[in-house]
Design a binder for this molecule. Structure first.
Ligand code: UDP
Ligand code: MG
Length: 231
């Protein structure tokens, strides 16, 4: 389970206990890989403390804040499990979804299963632009997902070892997976909660940047190896 985080100290003990409970109840062997993305709060101390209590907890500490995509990418390189789950650190995603996500990968043959926060607990200023964003991402990528940027996703190990998540491309991981040849991409409705501690790390500029990155991906997948054909 890969958890990218930037200043989420208050959430980490609760999240860890919740993941541990789910893993134990389902007899899963697991690792929790915290990628501390240059936090300036006590997150790293909390991770070290959690690590000292449970060998399955592992941590990577970035020297500065690089962003959610590089954090996920580092997690992808290090992950050892046959099924890789990503989730946000802020308790908005529920670890209770893990067993069903695992089953969809191992038994239904999905390469990637993306969470769909059908009922969201976010402000309207975020949920409305998000609908527009997802409609555009569907049209450009040809992948029928309702919620491209859900932090809660499950992957077959092979997928995470064959994609590179750079810049802010975490919003389009299903598109990256499709471009790498992974075709069976599905979604699962997941429970969502309001942020319990701390604040969101992305402002409204997420939507502008999101569209620019989508244009980049569209260009790369269509004309990456024949740029002059664009003209
Ligand atoms: N995050 C990160 N690096 C960043 C920004 C965010 O690792 O530069 C983490 C953050 O701590 C959280 C996840 O990415 O675990 C999602 O961020 P957030 O909850 O702020 O996004 P939102 O839910 O508002 O879309
Ligand atoms: Mg959040």
């Amino acid at each position: 389970v890969i958890v990218p985080l930037y200043n989420e100290a208050e959430s980490l003990p609760e999240l860890t206990a919740w993941i541990e409970r789910v893993m134990k109840d389902n007899n899963f062997t697991y690792e929790i890989l915290f990628i501390n993305d240059g936090s300036t709060d006590e997150s790293w101390d909390v991770i070290k403390d959690l690590q000292s209590k449970n060998d399955c907890v592992k941590g990577v500490c970035f020297r500065r804040n690089y962003g959610k995509s590089p954090a996920l990418n580092t997690g992808f390189q290090r992950a050892q499990g046959d099924v890789v789950i990503t989730m946000d650190a802020d308790l908005q995603d529920s670890p209770d979804e893990i067993p069903e996500l695992y089953r969809m990968i191992t038994q239904e043959g999905y390469d990637l299963v993306s969470g769909w926060k059908k009922k969201r607990y976010d402000p309207l200023s975020k949920t409305i632009p998000t609908k527009l964003f997802n409609a555009t991402a569907r049209a450009v990528s040809g992948i029928y997902l309702h919620d491209f940027n859900c932090g809660l996703k499950a992957y077959r190990k092979k997928v995470v070892k064959h994609i590179e998540v750079y810049g802010d491309m975490h919003r389009y991981i299903p598109f990256l997976a499709k471009a790498a040849g992974f075709k069976k991409i599905g979604e699962k409705v997941v429970q969502h909660q309001a942020r319990k501690y701390g604040v969101t790390k992305f402002g409204l500029n997420r939507f502008v940047n999101g569209y620019l990155d989508l244009a980049t991906l569209w260009f790369q997948t269509k004309f990456g190896i024949k740029p002059m054909h664009f003209f």
